[in-house]
Design a protein around this ligand. Structure first.
Ligand SMILES: Cc1ncc(COP(=O)(O)O)c(C=O)c1O
Ligand SMILES: N[C@@H](CCCC[NH3+])C(=O)O
Length: 416
């Protein structure tokens, strides 16, 4: 259920027809629904209400500062993976004290910036990173809050490119080494052990792998407690999947409730979630226009003005996202199309073998595009990046203007 629904054969975003948005802002254009993202956030926080918790929205899913600001107003914290993301959180009015810093390659400069702001904790992913953090914190004469991101070696049963909790993945510290690293952290002069963290993958459609990872983390917490290393929070990462086609992931409230239930004997442990996709994917669509219809012997192509540079998920993961006509009133013949973009790559498609009743000039909406859509977009083929708008009831706000031609070569120079 979302706020992108048809009224009289016209697809709306909340109370606005998408065709009006296309007229005003042009295409391709990302359109987000404030009510949808707020509802998703609240589903997590309501279900976890009885346990101390913090939702740290994963900024990488959609990092527009208007989106971050909406979440910050709800009390959200943020999971970041770079100084750029942290700077966005600050620009959006986020609270640095609710920021957790993940990522396998934090630089000394990034650590310095985050320490000066006073973030909640560093999710440390290797022994070398721990040593570097100690050194940087010592230089600044501060204590760095540390949580070890453990790799629990659990199969998230998702696409291999987005599975992160297996021994073969680059993420986190092997759970079997974790105790030793915690002892090292506890003994360090400028590190303060505050928590434990894991993130086993993205687009998970079952609760069980999360509960299996949680179990391993709790066992580790118990072992650490026996060594007088007491943790204040447990961060179980993000990764909850959404319905793109016919997947049946648990609802955020069901998932959060299952986790909270398991933590009832750990009332002192604050529970942290790092959801990205579950909050944003179905809160956004990519609006695009059919430029040409190109019939063929083997395939019909609907060539649209959005491309893999705008939305790379189909090209990168063979991801399936629903594509629908924005207006369904006209009596065009229904045909099977590959919906493709203008980029010079055979892999440039948004969807294959889709039944659509459309004509040139019609608008299409690619659904479930609010997460890992704009943030993974590029300027390939010198295509300015799309506009982004946020719909709030009957109002529409331009939250990122379409890039201008001169943005394409900003910072470049010809030889003297
Ligand atoms: C450390 C970390 N936390 C949270 C997320 C958010 O994941 P998702 O969008 O699947 O909820 C990711 C990305 O997978 C991540 O790498
Ligand atoms: N970008 C991926 C998910 C990767 C998650 C990042 N840790 C996607 O679109 O599905």
């Amino acid at each position: 259920m979302d706020y992108f629904n048809y009224r009289d054969h016209q697809l709306f975003a909340e109370d606005l027809p998408l065709s009006d948005i296309a007229n005003q802002y042009g295409t391709p254009c990302y359109v987000y629904s404030r009510a949808t993202l707020e509802r998703h956030y609240n589903a997590f926080s309501d279900a976890a209400a009885e346990h101390p918790h913090l939702i740290c929205y994963a900024v990488k899913a959609n990092s527009n500062i208007a989106i971050l600001n909406v979440l910050a107003r709800l009390g959200s914290g943020f999971d970041i993976v770079s100084e750029g993301e942290l700077r966005r959180v600050m620009a959006a009015g986020g609270d640095p004290n609710k920021v957790v810093f993940s990522g396998v390659a934090k630089t000394a400069d990034e650590m310095r910036y985050a320490l000066q702001l006073g973030i909640k904790c560093f999710n440390v992913e290797s022994e070398s990173e721990l040593n570097r953090l100690q050194q940087v914190a010592a230089e600044l004469k501060v204590m760095a809050p540390v949580s070890i991101r453990v790799n629990p070696d659990i199969d998230a049963k998702t696409h291999p490119y987005i599975s992160t909790g297996l021994k073969a993945n680059k993420f986190g510290i092997d759970i079997n080494d974790a105790e030793r690293i915690y002892q090292q952290a506890a003994a360090a002069t400028n590190l303060q052990v505050v928590g434990v963290d894991c993130h086993i993958g993205s687009q998970l459609t079952e609760t069980q792998p999360f509960l299996d990872a949680l179990e391993k983390l709790l066992q580790l917490i118990d072992r650490l407690q026996q060594q007088d290393i007491v943790l204040h929070h447990i961060d179980i990462g993000g990764g909850l999947g959404v319905r793109y086609k016919d997947e049946t992931p648990p609802h955020p409230s069901e998932y959060a409730a299952a986790v909270v239930k398991r933590l009832k004997d750990y009332p002192h442990l604050t529970l942290i979630f790092e959801p990205g996709r579950a909050i944003m994917a179905n809160a956004g669509i990519l609006l695009t226009k059919v430029e040409y219809i190109k019939p063929g012997q083997e395939k019909n192509f609907a060539i649209v003005d959005a491309a893999m540079n705008d939305l790379i998920r189909p090209a990168l993961y063979s991801a399936w996202q629903e594509i629908v006509a924005v207006e369904t009133g006209a009596q065009h013949e229904q045909q099977q199309y590959d919906v493709v973009g203008p980029v010079c790559e055979t892999g440039d498609f948004l969807g294959k073998d889709r039944m659509l009743a459309i004509a040139e000039g019609d608008l299409l909406a690619v659904r479930s595009a609010g997460a890992y859509g704009f943030t993974m977009s590029s300027n390939y083929n010198s295509r300015p990046r799309a506009a982004e708008v946020l719909v709030d009831g009957g109002n529409c706000h331009l939250i990122r203007q379409r890039e201008l031609w001169q943005d394409l070569w900003r910072g470049e120079q010809t030889l003297p």
